[in-house]
Design a protein around this ligand. Sequence first.
Ligand SMILES: [Zn+2]
Length: 148
Amino acid sequence: MTEIVLTKDIINNFLKHGEKDYPFECCGFILGHFINDKSVGTEYITVPNTKEENKERRFLIDPMVYQDAEDQADKKGISIISIVHSHPDHPDRPSNFDKNHAWPGFSYIIMSVIKGISVSYRSWKLNHDRTKFIEEKITIIKEDKLYG
Ligand SMILES: [Zn+2]
């Protein structure tokens, strides 16, 4: 099982984002490091959902926004490790659409936002032949441990 390590701040930030953008899907990136089988997040950045129709059930990230985030991360010596999005009034599991549009290597964190409240979240990674998402372990640590 792969593992993603996140601070409480990162989690609170994306949960709040999901509530703020409800009833639309929100999306964002977690920047951080890949360390062997583990991904370690250091910050969450929000990105606009640029889908024009059906924003309640789909999200789209502008490739330029992706490029910008990658450049920002590069400058700090880190990478985009995770793509986060919300499922308004739906469970925190990937849809077929999510599977068909996902890239290997990234952690896909999906949060379920029910009636405007973020109720749960899980992290998923595509398996090697891209046929399915496998849930990964989320470990929550305190901010100070990250740099200590
Ligand atoms: Zn989705």
